[in-house]
Design a protein around this ligand. Structure first.
Ligand code: SF4
Length: 325
């Protein structure tokens, strides 16, 4: 897939050909890139990606995650509310392409996770996905998830031995999780299945940053790249107002979450993205309105207008965001 960045490069190259327009380039590439993105941005009547937080609880205390600052109520999404959402999403086939079964929590803590995935697949949801620490990915759970039709999951695995892993993903155990992964890949092969595909992700931090090569070596032996498994080395960023690693500067890019993704917390409130771990930028509630109504509400439209003009100042979580470039 051609990325927007590559497209923008192409756009800038094309612009250079028209001499009359070339003064625009003197404002800088970022300026031109924003013009290009602004012209392309248009929201469909529903988001192409919906994140459904099945739980905001976690069994780990990873050092980069502001879990200790979470003050909102912990819980699991009511299965009836979940069913309502899946039924609505299934009416927009071809438009909502992905359903993420997680947000700020460990999805495998949810005893209904397999049921939720099966329900989504039975309703024709094209792509189901979640991010997990895999500490609870037992052989039984692996089989059930494969049977349920899960399409993909990503594993946060931030260490290459007990020392680095246990120091980073506090509360979890390297040997146990690594064995879970080995079991999963063996079981998927035994079952003759090509899904779910898996991304194994590494995040270099103070505790583990010298182990990237070891991570690649260790994990390459597990994955099957020919069916789509991959490794991902992720870049550190601030976590909303909960963790600060990078000095926030003036935001010069347009965040595209409000044109693409809706994040639904386990209690039904809607927020702009996963970095809002306490739910302070609420833009709707699926207990009261449909996804479509919320997505087309004045509130969401206002966010789009503000983001388009790089007006992030009134958004507590967004104003110092280091995710957008
Ligand atoms: S600006 Fe940052 S915090 Fe705000 S919605 Fe976008 S990614 Fe999330």
């Amino acid at each position: 897939m051609i990325s927007e960045k590559e497209n923008s490069t192409g756009f800038i190259q094309r612009l250079k050909k028209y001499k009359a327009l070339s003064p625009i380039l003197s404002f800088g590439k970022k300026y031109v890139y924003n013009i290009y993105i602004r012209a392309r941005l248009s929201a469909d009547n529903v988001p192409s990606e919906v994140w459904i937080e099945n739980t905001n609880m976690c069994n780990a205390r990873c050092i980069m995650c502001p879990r200790e600052k979470q003050t909102r109520k912990s819980g699991f999404m009511d299965i009836k509310l979940y069913e309502k959402l899946i039924k609505e999403i299934s009416k927009h086939k071809g438009k909502v392409n992905r359903v993420h079964m997680h947000n700020y929590g460990e999805p495998l803590l949810d005893k209904d996770l397999v049921k939720r995935i099966k329900l989504a697949k039975d309703h024709g949801i094209k792509y189901t996905y979640f991010v997990t620490n895999a500490s609870l990915l037992t052989p039984d759970k692996s089989r059930q998830l494969i049977e349920a039709g899960l399409d993909e999951f990503k594993v946060s695995f931030y260490g290459t031995d007990s020392e680095t892993y246990n120091e980073t993903m506090k509360g979890l155990d390297f040997e146990k999780t690594f064995n879970n992964l080995k079991d999963f890949f063996r079981i998927r092969k035994e079952m003759g299945r090509k899904a779910p595909i898996v991304i194994l992700q590494y995040l270099p931090l103070e505790t583990n940053k010298f182990r990237i090569k070891e991570f690649i070596f260790l994990m390459k032996s597990l994955i099957n790249e020919s069916i789509g498994d991959s490794l991902n080395i992720f870049a550190l960023h601030n976590y909303g107002d909960g963790r600060s690693y990078l000095k926030p500067g003036k935001i010069t890019g347009i965040c595209r979450y409000p044109w693409r993704t809706m994040v639904i917390l386990h209690d039904g409130r809607v927020v702009l993205c996963c970095l809002d771990y306490n739910g302070v930028q609420v833009v709707g509630d699926v207990n009261k309105n449909t996804i479509e109504e919320i997505w087309n509400s004045e509130r969401y439209k206002q966010v789009r207008e503000n983001f388009k003009s790089l007006r992030y100042g009134n958004y507590q979580i967004c104003k110092d965001c280091t995710v957008i470039i």
